[in-house]
Write a protein that binds this ligand. Structure first.
Ligand code: ADP
Ligand code: MG
Length: 266
């Protein structure tokens, strides 16, 4: 347990077996409220599958304890109701509907089923608040399809806010974003992260360096190591996994890695 607060989402021995291939192999992970937790690792490490398993999209064994639930026993819609939301590598907003309508659909969760889809004069405070938080107020009546790539990801995060997700699992939200969009996204995650548990999957180490409180490195379905950015960058096994085997490098310049490991660079 951290000094910062209670353990929030506790994953123990999580395993996902695809016909004998263990995409996730005995993963332990403790996610704490208020910590911006990054999940990194080469392609195929199992990051997306981990999120899929926690959100009822693939079957996992082990335990994922959150708020008196074992998430591994829940169906997708029950996971959402339990307060756990996720985004996808490709944004899944409704392009033809307005920004506001997209958020309103997410708000449907709070309405009784028979009212879903009925026109309403006014959107809820939850929707208004989310709109302001993600900074898309100005674009509220525009079709989501015209939004820039970064804005679509913010809209997805807004939909999670409307659903009142206390745990947010974000699968490569800043991939393809401009430097400016990344900065804004980092600031948004800091803003909404204080009272939430946010996990961000990301490759770009510059972004990780700027915003991560804690980093878990995955490799071949297992947790390779976990720690602060400085700790994982100084870890020879992490350098080996990235530098030796893939192109999406933790740090593509071996000299810089060596310098950082010896403390020459901050
Ligand atoms: P990451 O998100 O870290 O890049 P993934 O979780 O997408 O990795 O994939 C982990 C491994 O599991 C990969 O080897 C991938 O090919 C495999 N995998 C993912 N989904 C399936 C599936 N539905 N059936 C079989 N293998 C899968
Ligand atoms: Mg992935």
């Amino acid at each position: 347990m951290s000094a910062r607060g209670v353990d929030y989402l506790e994953v123990r021995g999580l395993t996902v077996d695809f016909d004998g291939f263990k995409a996730i192999d005995g993963v332990d992970l403790t996610l704490i409220e208020g910590e911006l937790h990054f999940l990194i690792g080469p392609n195929g490490a199992g990051k997306t599958t981990l999120v899929d398993a926690l959100t009822g999209l693939v079957r996992g064994t082990g335990l994922a304890r959150y708020d008196n639930h074992d998430l591994l026993t829940l169906k997708s819609h029950q996971v959402v109701r339990a307060g756990v939301g996720r985004t996808f590598q490709t944004a899944t907003v409704f392009d033809e509907l307005s920004v506001l309508q997209n958020l309103d659909i997410a708000d449907g969760l709070h309405r009784s089923a028979w009212r879903l889809g009925l026109p309403r004069r006014k959107v809820s405070d939850r929707v208004e608040k989310a709109l302001a938080t993600i900074g898309l107020d100005r674009l509220r009546d525009r079709p989501a399809g015209v939004l820039a790539h970064g804005q679509k990801q913010w809209l997805e995060i807004g939909m999670l806010l409307v659903q009142d997700a206390k745990v947010m699992l974000l699968d490569e939200p800043v991939a393809g974003m401009s430097a400016e969009e990344r900065k804004e996204t980092g600031a948004l995650l800091k803003r909404i992260g204080a009272a939430r548990t946010i996990v961000v999957i990301e490759h770009d180490m510059e972004f990780v360096r700027q915003f991560a409180d804690k980093v878990t490195v995955m490799h071949a379905g297992k947790v390779l190591t976990e720690g602060t950015v400085a700790e994982i960058q100084a870890d020879a096994r992490v350098q080996e996994v990235y530098l030796g085997r893939t192109t999406d490098a933790v740090n593509s310049d071996p000299d810089a890695v060596a310098a950082e490991a010896s403390g020459e660079v901050d």
